[in-house]
Design a protein around this ligand. Sequence first.
Ligand code: NAD
Ligand code: UGA
Length: 441
Amino acid sequence: MRKRVGIIGVGYVGLVTGTCLAEVGHDVYGIDSNTEKIEMLKRGEVPIYEPGLNELIKKNMAEGRLSFGTDTAECVKRADIIFICVNTPPKENSQADLRYVELAARNIAQALDGYKIIVDKSTVPVHTGEKVTETIKRTNKEHLDFDVVSNPEFLREGSAIEDAMHPDRIVIGVTSERAAEAMRELYEPFDAPIIVTDIKSAEIIKHACNSFLAMKISFINSVAAICELAGANIDEVVQGMSLDARIGGQFLRAGIGYGGSCFPKDVAAFIHISKELGYEFDLLKAVQHINTEQRQRFVKKIEETLWVVGGKTIGVLGLAFKPDTDDMRNAPSIDIIRALHKEGAHVRAYDPAAMPNAKTLLEDVEVTFCADAYEAADGADALVIVTEWNEFKQLDLERVRTLLAQPIIIDGRNVFDPARMEEIGFIYKSVGRASTAGPHR
Ligand code: NAD
Ligand code: UGA
């Protein structure tokens, strides 16, 4: 059944959610307090890099199901289901900063003109639904009826459209059957299992999922460290682990640790809210610690290989926190480049999409931004791979070797096969792959 949907905050999540809801036939009106973003969208430009999003927005705008503005009251008037998709950044003490959620709730409450469903899609600590409910009740003087729903989002940047159009599951935390029914109807076209819970459980599901995935990454990075020390190979270890259906193969890619706008902040926020509730989440503290160390271990690997980093030129391939995005929030590349720069290295960097954002974040660091991977390699004493963009996998490695001053590649994402790299003549270091020739070969 066609619904009227409002989206408050058209960032990564709001824009993708709104567009996908329009794509399945709903009427969507998205607003943002950032007027520049809205002007861009109205002109048909997309403020973020996300594969497939541009085309889908254009299509749904042209077909009249998707439009944008800046006024919350207008959004509330035009919608029966209003999604809060605002940012929930970390405070200095790691607690989630909920000021934007609170403001959105107040703005919605002031504009209520009848029964509405207010859906929190932002990632928030448990008990936020209750606070949103209290805030709306307090602010709306006419005491109009409404329901608050928690509907956490599980999309990944870089594959956001695919994830949002074909989710593994849809979680809906509710306090009323009326809201549950409306949400089931809204998501009916998506053909995904719908899990209906209470609001607090839905909020915890989101923190638990991101923390669990972060834990898998830190776990495998620890195992990779053991592989290096023992002379084993992480690829073979993962292969042996992942065929156990209870373990599975996803999120076991060893590397330089997780970054991005979500895992670091959500693990920290889950630790914080757990402590507030009276539980010390020591397991997650270890996950954080291992992740921080992983970036330092990578820099140490570069130092050990080059002996002296000061005065050397280092090519850096990849800046975004993961491929297929221009998102630089909490990207490992920032810490790595800063550490190399502090040691006196000259950094030549290239990323297919994230360079404009990286330039702003690294304003105070001298970095030469290059037109492509070959330019970054040209004359460098070592090339380091920080983000595993597909175009790096297809590099002409012979050309790279001749461009480099020394044929050294230090790969933080295990993009290449060590045996092949050695054959081509590289000194090649990667993560957790001390042995390239096991006894069976
Ligand atoms: P974002 O910063 O890209 O977008 C948030 C948008 O909200 C911004 O455009 C901002 O201007 C706008 N905004 C803030 N307050 C507003 C207000 N009162 N009224 C109108 N607009 C307002 O953030 P994001 O990455 O989309 O994340 C949003 C939430 O979703 C966060 O809680 C995040 O943890 C969660 N989340 C993000 C992802 C992801 O991949 N980025 C995935 C799942 C969940
Ligand atoms: C992550 C989750 O995967 C989404 O389900 C969730 O909705 C989102 O956070 C969120 O809450 O915002 P995202 O951060 O976009 O999505 O990207 P991921 O693919 O999860 O990668 C996160 C980080 O982990 C990246 O730095 C990536 O390089 C790293 N990673 C991932 C590894 O180091 N190893 C892996 O095996 C997988």
